[in-house]
Design a protein around this ligand. Structure first.
Ligand code: HDE
Length: 723
């Protein structure tokens, strides 16, 4: 009998190993990638060429009518395959979008771990990242108020490491066993499957009231963090405490952070509501557009570290996922960088079939006893089996770039073929043995020497019981306008709850445990009894880096921002061309919006002469096709076209809305007067006198004008702030 110990790797594996570290996953995926844009003839799934896919085989009379034949195996194959195209969507995080990229380590952590991905600064580690919303179904809108998933699959030389995080650093619950209750409560209500992709309903607020541990997280979810401008402009957090183990076997607790180079930015709520209808794919298009334009999104990778022996030195339990480790107590260490630089080729086999597991760690990284993480380690693996089948790790997007060989066999849709006569260990050939970490630098080893003892109990440490300190810490740390947004978000959400038992308890009780003025304002808004005393003292403690205003790019940039240039016949070509070139040069994306999408002529050009001369501009869009909400800024050049624009209600609304959403608005020449005029007509909204007023301006060719220069100034400014 032939020996089963074959030398070397399979030739595909050899090709992967020969590829540069950056390209390993590209080479790996190539073997499963086909291009449809070829002259290759159409075939059935079993490879037989097809003569006709447009008419079902029928028996027809002389009028060409008659029944279809079951015999038509080609039509049946087409329909059957179509009938089975859908797989179950993810039970949470169903809507998402992904991209490939690269992780580069800048500072070795060899004092803390022996993981290659965190110690080898020469290496590039290919990654796939999937961003998602949590509550909504696959077809829901991107711009909803929700937590965003930030799941990273590292294809390391030692196997897959999945860091499955969110854009908010804490979670709603402390023990994984509460997850089904939580998800049932947040998802659409069971009797009518309403609402879609929103927490604004009775069951969610009932749940969070009854679970004070959710308070900290719901405050984050009511903040601007839950309405990001872009996936590219949000932080990511591993949330759970993991453990790094070094060669000496010493353990440190660690939290992982992603910090976007572009800064942390949000939409305003009114934009979210409108965009959800105007462009439900706003965020996924934004990511693809940036990558297509080679404006690759980047994040710093940072860690917080607590030595194991300091586990009990904090007011909070370091293993409690409803708590942050405040950065004044546990500073961040930036150690590497993530870049996303390649869009997927096909959504389903890549973004939909990608499957993450918190239990996928590489040697040198280990789990902590965080009770949420321990439960997650069970759940993710399990859910992939129901979504994709037991062989889900063989799927191209999920398989590692290092060799895989073991005695796990069979199951539905197994397609790996393993040669040899044994499928167990140990075997008489000594084939495919486990490797020990010490002797061969390989095998994953659960941190040795961890002593565990005690009695079986359903309990958590006493420190898990403090649910409110960090909720206050977070709210106190926000800037005035961020606090205003939290207030208004709570007002919106509780307004959608029609059961007084829900909104009265949240507004009148839970919020009064965080901040009395907040509770009073929200209770007043939503019709709950207004509390007259704080139910918990608020010492006003603040912590750094909780306000997103602290995450601005080191140097101001408009890179990747979308700037609309509004034009009609008779626009000023010099101002138009100058601003368009400047916007491009700054790495932003100028988008020309015309009164029509056919050629538009500049001042002095006559249509017939211009067409002959090939001049004029063909806009990217016409006014009915887009809205101001799709852009970060708007510019209107001067010129005779202003007369036409001024008569167009949509243009006036565009200007007022842009200003109301606090976006840059630029105008030259005659367009300055149009802007002033349109803003004079902006709606005046009522804002309580006590609220802070900030000033915003409009850039015109004449310089920055304070809004007092406009008509109905105060109303405009307050209206803008209040959107
Ligand atoms: Fe998840 N979570 N989760 N979660 N989660 C899933 O796994 C679960 C939690 C997160 O883009 C599911 O593949 C439990 C925290 C992301 O494919 C499921 C608990 C954090 C994604 C699951 C949590 C997350 C998921 C559904 C304990 C932030 C999308 C589909 C309470 C650190 C990954 C799937 C992707 C997905 C379970 C809590 C993030 C059911 C039991 C905390 C980003 O397994």
């Amino acid at each position: 009998m032939a020996s089963v110990i074959a030398g070397g790797l399979h030739k595909v594996q050899e090709a992967i190993q020969r590829a540069t570290s950056k390209e390993k996953k590209v080479v790996d995926l190539e073997r499963d990638t086909a291009n449809i844009h070829t002259k290759q003839p159409l075939t059935t799934d079993h490879g037989v060429r097809v003569e006709n896919t447009d008419q079902w085989l029928r028996i027809v009379d002389d009028k060409h009518t008659g029944p279809s034949l079951l015999e038509d195996q080609i039509a049946r194959e087409k329909i059957t395959r179509f009938d089975h195209e859908r797989i179950p969507e993810r039970v949470v995080h169903a809507r998402g979008t992904g991209a490939f990229g690269n992780f580069k380590l800048h500072k070795s952590l060899d004092d803390l771990t022996y993981a290659g991905v965190l110690t080898d600064t020469a290496r590039n580690t290919p990654v796939f990242v999937r961003f998602s919303t949590v509550q909504g179904s696959r077809g829901s809108a991107d711009t909803v108020r929700d937590v965003r998933g930030f799941a990273v699959k590292f294809y390391t030389d030692e196997g897959i490491w999945d860091l499955v995080g969110n854009n908010i650093p804490v979670f709603f619950i402390q023990d994984a066993v509460k997850f089904p209750d939580f998800v049932h409560a947040v998802k659409p209500e069971p009797h009518n499957e309403v609402p879609q992709a929103q927490t604004a309903h009775n069951n969610f607020w009932d749940f969070v009231y009854l679970h004070p541990e959710a308070t900290h997280m719901f405050m984050w979810a009511m903040s601007d963090r839950a309405i990001p401008r872009s996936f590219r402009m949000m932080q990511g957090f591993g949330v759970n405490a993991f453990v790094l183990v070094n060669k000496a076997g010493k353990r440190h607790f660690v939290k992982f952070h992603w910090i976007p180079h572009l800064g942390v930015h949000s939409l305003v709520w009114d934009e979210n509501l409108k965009l959800a209808g105007q462009d439900p794919d706003f965020h996924r298009k934004d990511l693809m557009e940036a990558i297509d334009n080679k404006i690759y999104p980047k994040w710093d990778f940072a860690i917080q570290v607590i030595p194991e022996e300091q586990q009990d030195s904090f007011e909070f339990d370091v293993l409690d996922a409803t708590k942050i480790w405040p950065e004044d107590l546990v500073p961040l260490r930036v150690i590497g960088e993530l870049e996303l630089n390649r869009n997927v080729d096909e959504f389903f086999p890549q973004t939909e079939q990608v499957a993450f597991c918190t239990s996928h760690l590489v040697p040198g990284i280990d789990f902590s006893d965080d009770p949420l993480l321990q439960g997650r380690n069970f759940s993710y693996f399990d859910t992939q089996i129901s979504r994709l089948g037991v062989n889900w790790e063989e799927l191209p997007i999920n398989r590692p770039v290092c060799p895989v060989l073991n005695h796990n066999r069979d199951g539905r849709m197994r397609h790996r073929i393993t040669q040899g006569t044994v499928n167990y260990w140990p075997n008489r050939f000594g084939a495919n043995a486990p490797t020990s970490f010490e002797s061969e630098g390989g095998g994953f080893q659960t941190a040795a020497g961890t002593r565990v003892g005690g009695t079986k109990q359903r309990t958590l440490s006493a420190k898990f019981g403090d649910h409110l300190s960090q909720a206050q810490l977070f709210y106190n740390s926000l800037s005035a306008h961020e606090q205003l947004h939290v207030r208004k978000a709570l007002g919106f959400e509780l307004d959608h709850c029609d059961d007084p038992a829900v909104y009265e308890r949240v507004a009148g009780h839970r919020l009064a445990e965080i901040d009395l003025p907040l509770a009073q304002a929200v209770a007043g808004l939503v019709g709950a009894p207004v509390p007259d005393r704080a139910l918990r003292a608020n010492a006003g403690r603040r912590a750094p880096h909780l306000s997103q205003t602290e995450f601005m790019p080191a140097t101001g940039t408009i890179a990747s921002r979308r700037v609309a240039l509004l034009i009609g016949d008779g626009f000023d070509p010099v101002a138009f061309a100058g601003v368009r070139a400047a916007v491009k040069a700054a790495g932003a994306l100028p988008v020309v919006v015309g009164t029509r999408r056919s050629r538009i002529y500049a001042e002095g050009e006559t249509p017939s002469a211009s067409a002959a001369a090939g001049s004029g501009i063909v806009p990217d869009h016409q006014l009915d096709g887009v809205r101001s909400t799709l852009f970060d800024a708007t510019f209107i050049p001067g010129g005779a076209h202003v007369k036409t624009l001024a008569q167009n209600g949509q243009i006036r609304h565009w200007i007022a809305e842009t200003f109301g959403h606090l976006k840059a608005l630029g105008a030259t020449g005659e367009a300055g007067a149009l802007v002033q005029d349109a803003l004079g007509a902006a709606p005046a909204l009522q804002v309580a006198a006590a609220e802070p007023v900030e000033w915003y301006g409009v850039v015109t060719a004449g310089g920055i004008q304070k809004p007092e220069n406009f008509r109905e100034t105060a109303a405009i400014v307050r209206g803008a702030k209040d959107f």
